[in-house]
Design a protein around this ligand. Structure first.
Ligand code: NAD
Ligand code: UGA
Length: 467
């Protein structure tokens, strides 16, 4: 009836909904895409050039399509009514209370979306789970949708997202694969084909996989579990290296050159962070437990345990090397985001190191090129249960510095906790001169030239390297 072939509404304008829909809109000018959210501030920001999330290349993509076939709105009902395809891309955090607290994923927001869709729709729709969910969530969504009293037909698809933050635009423009799970009935297959034909505007058909619903939901959890497992595996070896004189970077190289193992995701670190690895593994652990598969649950739980150990090991090593006390000492933290090229601090390892050093009575100066102080505190309150409100000394103990040099001036030790490129090219002679001696560097990402730093005079400790 109008100029568009397909109309999409995406519920949830976060790290996934925003970039994913912006790329669909850019690549498919004949598809109308509207991203809706309950949060007015978030939607307002998407409609300016100060986007609510930092992601390289995102603003250009948004500007190409916004106002043409990409829209951001809080008119949730109106936009659902217009759409042929409704994506659910809301957050699915780990439950904090009740059955499965601390492990199970809470799909409350997904269920609420399904209820809204059932209530306001006036035409048939394809409903797409984009959020990461426990296996069989599509069944819950299908049942909620079925309760609409207008005799409408809804097809539920699973279409998990595999983008990584910091590289989201590249990942979306040329994904390794797009996965679409659906019911194997003629209606289910037709719905899957309709969604596949949107992606086929820019993604080769052989990269668009279709499976049944449960395989699709489960593959997302498995992909994240395997990726995180590689990080925990190499991190476990980093501890062994520090005790034996082996060098973890040399091991990653030697082991990764075996094609069967592969090079990627073998970078030892202070630990993995981000909103999903831990959440999704715990989701998998809880699913295994639910089906009585305790050994499988315990197997995957070790990946999270190893990560907790690695974060703790890092802060304990800092204290141990600095003569077993950091009380009253100034410590500089370079990098607070959970990885480079994002401002996201969810589950960031830096937070755990800062929390430990704060407990030791250190004065902490943090510099990160993208992280806002308020985000630092809200994540710490959510995850660690401490904030300047509950703990007024915290505010005074943690300073956020305008640049790396200010953060390092007069400090006893520098810890690199995010692998931002700009940390590689800082003037470390200048930093050394401005610091208390002995001057320590703890390289939690192995990005610096340690020999050169030692020549300058630093005492250097890195991950999985001889001291
Ligand atoms: P997010 O917190 O950044 O965004 C979620 C948005 O949904 C928020 O803006 C929130 O206001 C909105 N929302 C919640 N309930 C709503 C409702 N009923 N109606 C409308 N809007 C609602 O979360 P995210 O990082 O984008 O993650 C979303 C999902 O995608 C999660 O399941 C996550 O596991 C998965 N995922 C995330 C990533 C990532 O890199 N962040 C990658 C792949 C998959
Ligand atoms: C990860 C996956 O890579 C995505 O495919 C997935 O879609 C996403 O989770 C999700 O479901 O949310 P993301 O968390 O954004 O993406 O970033 P990653 O690049 O995977 O890094 C995760 C953490 O592991 C970071 O803290 C990173 O520093 C750490 N990491 C990664 C290492 O310590 N070593 C490595 O070799 C790789």
């Amino acid at each position: 009836s109008d100029e568009y072939d397909v109309k999409i509404c995406c519920m949830g304008a976060g790290y996934v909904g925003g970039p994913t829909m912006a790329v669909i809109a850019k690549m498919c000018p004949r598809v109308r895409v509207c991203v809706v959210d309950l949060n007015q501030k978030q939607i307002d920001a998407w409609n300016t050039d100060e986007l609510p999330i930092y992601e390289p290349g995102l603003l250009d993509v948004v500007k190409t399509a916004r106002g043409r076939n990409l829209f951001f709105s809080t008119d949730i009902s109106g936009e659902i009514q217009k759409a042929d395809i409704v994506f659910i891309s809301v957050n699915t955090p780990t439950k904090t209370q009740g059955i499965g607290a601390g492990r199970a994923a809470n799909i409350k927001n997904c269920e609420l979306c399904a209820r809204t869709i059932a209530e306001v729709s006036t035409t048939d729709k394809i409903v797409v789970e984009k959020s990461t969910v426990p296996v069989r969530t599509a069944e819950a969504i299908r049942r909620v949708l079925k309760c609409n009293d207008k005799g409408l037909n809804f097809q539920v698809l699973s279409n998990p997202e595999f983008l990584a933050e910091g590289t989201a635009i590249d990942d979306l423009e040329s994904p390794d694969r797009v996965l679409i799970g659906g019911s194997q009935s003629p209606e289910g297959l037709a719905a899957a084909e309709k969604l596949a034909s949107v992606y086929a505007n820019w993604i080769p058909r052989e990269r668009i996989l279709t499976t049944n619903l449960w395989s699709s939901e489960c593959s997302k959890l498995v992909a994240n579990a395997f990726l995180a497992q590689r990080v925990s595996s190499i991190n476990s070896i980093s501890a062994l290296c520090e005790s034996t004189g082996a060098d973890v970077s040399e091991i990653s190289r030697a082991v990764g050159m075996d094609d069967r193992i592969g090079k990627r995701f073998l970078q030892a670190s202070v630990g993995f962070g981000g909103s999903c690895f831990q959440k999704d593994i715990l989701n998998l652990v809880y699913l295994c437990e639910t089906y009585g598969l305790d050994e499988c649950a315990e197997y995957w739980n070790q990946v999270v345990k190893m990560n907790d150990y690695q974060k703790k090991r890092f802060s304990e090593k800092m204290v141990a090397k600095m003569f077993n006390t950091v009380t009253g000492k100034k410590i500089s933290i370079l990098g607070y985001a959970f990885k480079k090229d994002t401002g996201d601090v969810r589950e960031t390892p830096s937070m755990f190191v800062v929390k430990d050093l704060y407990a030791e009575g250190a004065r902490i100066h943090v510099y990160d090129p993208q992280v806002k102080r308020e985000d630092m505190w809200s994540e710490m309150a959510y995850t660690c249960g401490i904030s300047p409100d509950t703990d007024p000394k915290l505010d005074a103990a943690v300073t956020t510095s305008p640049d790396a040099y200010a953060a390092c001036e007069g400090s006893h030790s520098v810890a690199i906790l995010t692998e931002w490129d700009e940390f590689k090219t800082l003037d470390y002679e200048k930093i050394y001169k401005s610091m208390s001696k002995p001057a320590f560097i703890f390289d939690g990402r192995n990005i610096l030239d340690h020999d050169k730093l030692r020549e300058i005079g630093f005492e250097v400790h890195a991950i999985g390297k001889p001291d």
